[in-house]
Design a protein around this ligand. Structure first.
Ligand code: FDA
Length: 305
């Protein structure tokens, strides 16, 4: 899976400070991040909608350390939802949030209250919310928050990671009617006690989880750039007689855009995850870690600055 040493850097404040000071970094970051402002995010979403795609917008930032930052994150999301609605981008665009950006590391109820405020704003403008999954230490609390939010907002999407050994068990509670579930491989460095260390095992687990989701009565969100997994999803959807609006494919902004268009042209729903904001460092390092070629691309940009 992703390069563990590089992933450790995603948590280093020193490297974060250094790399954000190098101007050439910006050009590489722009490949994966839609800009720093809400206006940048809205413009990107409008372009995606113009291509027949849908979007989920993530305001970058995680692991806040004060209650004031947590409150500011919730407020920023409600402002973003208003901007998306004003631009006529809902319901095609929804938002994705990380509970650690809403204060999960400080107090679970603080994060849940913040997420509830974001869901109220989404309901007001007529769209939905997805709750991203972070590292394995947060899974129980994040799934508990999703279940609590779903009492009033049944459309809140959960995310599960095939890398984690526990995930097939978690899916038992998540495949019911209308349940929106994003299936990913997992972007965090995890110990072998809780996660499959070999990529082949993560892929095989992805296929098993995909089969459970497609056989269920929820709304599977197949989030991957791995075309073997995409083909399998398409075949399973056909096998289960699923209509095009009962499941979707998802990819990240800046990765395999040509495939996003090709899959859309075949009649599949394709949603693009659009991150924006100034706090891009941890997200960017996770993208570098997923593919050695990205590190080389980044190194070349630094050398030629
Ligand atoms: P894999 O890593 O096997 O990649 C397959 C192919 O895709 C590669 O060979 C390459 O061609 C291309 N590719 C993949 N990553 C690339 C990159 N960074 N740059 C360039 N090409 C790349 N994770 C998580 O833990 N919690 C979450 O909430 C989410 N949310 C999320 C939403 C969406 C919409 C997506 C698509 C992904 C996530 N992820 C995530 C990230 C996910 O866990 C995983 O790390 C990445 O999607 C990479 O894995 P793939 O499934 O693409 O397969």
């Amino acid at each position: 899976m992703a390069n563990a040493a590089l992933l450790r850097l995603s948590r280093s404040d020193r490297v974060r400070r250094l790399s954000t000071r190098v101007p050439a970094t910006r050009a590489v970051v722009d490949r994966f991040v839609a800009g720093e402002t809400e206006a940048d995010a809205v413009r990107t979403v409008q372009a995606l909608i113009g291509r027949g795609l849908t979007a989920t917008v993530d305001r970058l930032g995680e692991d806040v350390t004060t209650r004031a930052q947590a409150t500011a994150t919730a407020q920023a999301y409600t402002g973003l939802l208003d901007r998306l609605a004003d631009a006529g981008a809902v319901p095609a665009a929804e938002v994705s949030l990380k509970l650690s950006a809403l204060g999960q590391g400080l107090d679970d109820s603080l994060a849940l209250d913040g997420a509830r405020r974001v869901c109220e704003a989404a309901a007001r403008v007529g769209t939905t919310v997805s709750v991203d999954m972070e590292d394995h230490t947060t899974v129980d609390r994040t799934l508990a928050a999703v279940h609590a939010l779903r009492v009033d907002f049944p459309w809140v999407a959960a995310v599960v990671q095939s890398a984690l050994r526990r995930t097939p068990g978690d899916l038992a509670d998540l495949v019911g009617p209308g349940s929106r579930v994003r299936l990913v491989k997992g972007a965090y460095a995890e110990p072998a006690a809780v996660a499959h260390p070999a990529k082949a095992d993560v892929d095989a687990a992805y296929d098993r989880c995909l089969a459970l989701l497609m056989a269920g009565s929820g709304h599977p969100q197949v989030a991957t750039h791995d075309l073997d997994r995409v083909d399998r999803a398409v075949a399973l959807a056909a096998e289960h007689g699923r209509t095009a609006d009962s499941w979707e494919l998802q990819m990240l902004y800046g990765i395999r855009s040509d495939e996003q268009d090709r899959l859309r042209a075949l009649g599949h729903q394709v949603r693009v995850y659009v991150p924006y904001g100034a706090d891009w460092y941890a997200y960017f390092v996770r993208r570098l870690a997923e593919r050695p070629a990205n590190v080389a691309f980044f190194a070349r940009a630094l050398l030629h600055r």
